[in-house]
Structures are given as C-alpha cells and as structure tokens.
Ligand binder design. Sequence first.
Ligand SMILES: Nc1ncnc2c1ncn2[C@@H]1O[C@H](COP(=O)(O)OP(=O)(O)OP(=O)(O)O)[C@@H](O)[C@H]1O
Length: 337
Amino acid sequence: MSVQNQRIARESGRKPALSIDGLIKEFKPSRSFREANPHLLTDRGTVQAVRGISLDVYPGEVVVLLGANGAGKTTTLSCAQGLQPADGGTLQLLGENPWGASPELRAQVGIMLQDGGLPQAIHPIELLKHIAKMYKNPASVDDLVQRLGINEFNGTTIRRLSGGQKQRVALAAALVGNPKVLFLDEPSAGLDPQSRTVVFDIIREQRERGVAIVLTTHLLDDAQRLADYVYIVKRGENVTEGTVAQLLQETNEQAHTVSFTAASAISLQDFPAHLRDSVTLTQDSPGQYSLTGELTPDHLNALTTLFVSQGIMPSSFTLASRTLEDVFLDISGRDIR
Ligand SMILES: Nc1ncnc2c1ncn2[C@@H]1O[C@H](COP(=O)(O)OP(=O)(O)OP(=O)(O)O)[C@@H](O)[C@H]1O
C-alpha cells in the first residue's frame, strides 16, 4: 500500500488525537557553537532543531517516532506536550493548541519522560496515590502497583531506585489519570526482560482501550514489535513513514541474510560465478558468516553444496529478512555524527 493509501486507511473518517503539521523549533545556540557552525545559523542567529516535522497519531494506535541522537524527537514531543512553544507550524492535541492548553486537556494526557521527571524524596506508592487524587476518574493505583511490581521496592524513595524501577514508576504515573493520549519517551530503556514484557502488554492494552500512543525508542526491535505506524526523522525533518511491513517492503523486498557458523574458511569465490554479483559475504567474527543480498534458492543450494564438498556441518544456520533496524540504518546512515 502506498503512503497515501496507508494514510487514507488510518484516517477512515477519524480525527487524529495528535496532529503536528510543519513544526519548526529554534534554539539560541551558545557562542562557541555559533562560532564553530556559522553555516547552521538562521538570519536570527538561531539553530533550527526541528525543520518542518509533521505527524499524526490516531486513537487506538501506537505511533513510533524514530531518529538518530539529536534528530529532533524529544523537541517535537515536548512541543506536542505543550512544554515548549512552537516557532512555526501547527499543533493540535485533542483539538487544542497544546501550548497554554486548558487543565481539562492536560488531565487527558499521560507523559512518561526519559529521565522520569519524578519528585525524588517520596516513596513510589505515596506518589502514585497523590497523583491519583488530582484526577476525577483515576485508574486503580493498586492494579498498577501490582502489574508493575512496584511493591517490591516501595520501601525506597524514588531517588534511590534503579533506572528500570524508576521507569516502571514513571509509566504508572503516566497511566494513573486514564489518559486519552500517552507520550512514552524510551519506555523500555533499562528494563529487565520480565518488566519489558509487562510494559509491552500494558502498552497494547492501552491501545485496545483506544488510547493514542506516541513513543520514541532507540530499541528498534521494540519499535518493530509495538508500532502500528512509524515516522523516521533526520536532522529535524521527516524522511519516511509507514507501517513496519510497508517500510520493509518499500526499501528492499528481496534482501535476506543467511547467518551461519562454519569452522573452515569460506569465500564468495567458492560460489558459482553467476551467483556472486547480487550478494556479499562477510565474516562478522571468527567463523561467523553473513551472506546478504538478493538471495535466491540457488544461493542456498550453492552454500549447502559447499558445506557438503568441504565436509562442513554449520553449528548455526539462520535465514532472516530485513528488519526495521536495517531500514533505519539505511535511511539515517551507519556513521555516528
Ligand atoms: N534547549 C536547547 N537549547 C539548544 N539546543 C537544543 C535545546 N534542546 C535541544 N537542542 C538541540 O536540538 C537538537 C534536537 O534535540 P532533541 O533532544 O530533540 O533530539 P532527539 O532526537 O530527541 O535526540 P536523542 O535521541 O539523543 O534523545 C539537538 O541538536 C539538540 O542539541
């Protein structure tokens, strides 16, 4: 499905819970930054951290915003949450401009920040009960505490909690008000596998309830598992968008990887000449190989024929198609900037 058709399917007569159109956000950089990067400055001496990002989030879907460090994700979400004013473009959160939004609107929005943003000197359950009192129809604090295993560490103040424990409290705090829109900044960062599974289940339940969820993450495996729709941004601009299936299909339908472990040295020269062009063979670590590219059954046949002729029994052999991580690295570049 094309991006346009995908958009129509998502809209289907509904209004987005969050709509961002052409967001611009500028910062006044430090003097040293200005001197080192004059080419990045606007006429006003500012730097544009966000240069026209647009995105929509509909009720009952998980939208994942992906981008390298500094791409503008946090700035975009912070404008969408009404924490900073935009310098251009339009934002609508549940029909209102989030900057200067009414308390009624704020009560319908749950925010889980990257650094927790929680008061430090209080115990977790006391904090959650306190937050619950601010809402007319709060969620059950007991349920959240039980689901997220908060009892285990309630004897400790927030300041002394581990990173993963703080994350769990921050998620509970974002959910206490039964929000219609949920912002999750790196919700699974630092979580152990058990907590990660619980957090994923909770996110999916919120989606089933019709909550509009927007999240950022650098864990692309998590993004692939959770996302109904993905936006990829780079240097403050949209680069591409779509469902995970659509992004995988559009970028390179044919690409697969065979990973295998072989005790003997193997080279592409061992393959029939007509099968060498469309693939690459790399040795990722001693004896661990990846054959990547437009693989056909002939490539698999050539590989197993090679195993037979050289008496190799691979200790592992995996065929995988491209992942969201491959798409992201192709789009955002593989180098650190
Ligand atoms: N208050 C600020 N003053 C100056 N520059 C800022 C400010 N906030 C953000 N920036 C700059 O804006 C750009 C975008 O930052 P932002 O935090 O939105 O990126 P991000 O995509 O969330 O990155 P990360 O993945 O590292 O969290 C960066 O270059 C950052 O240095």
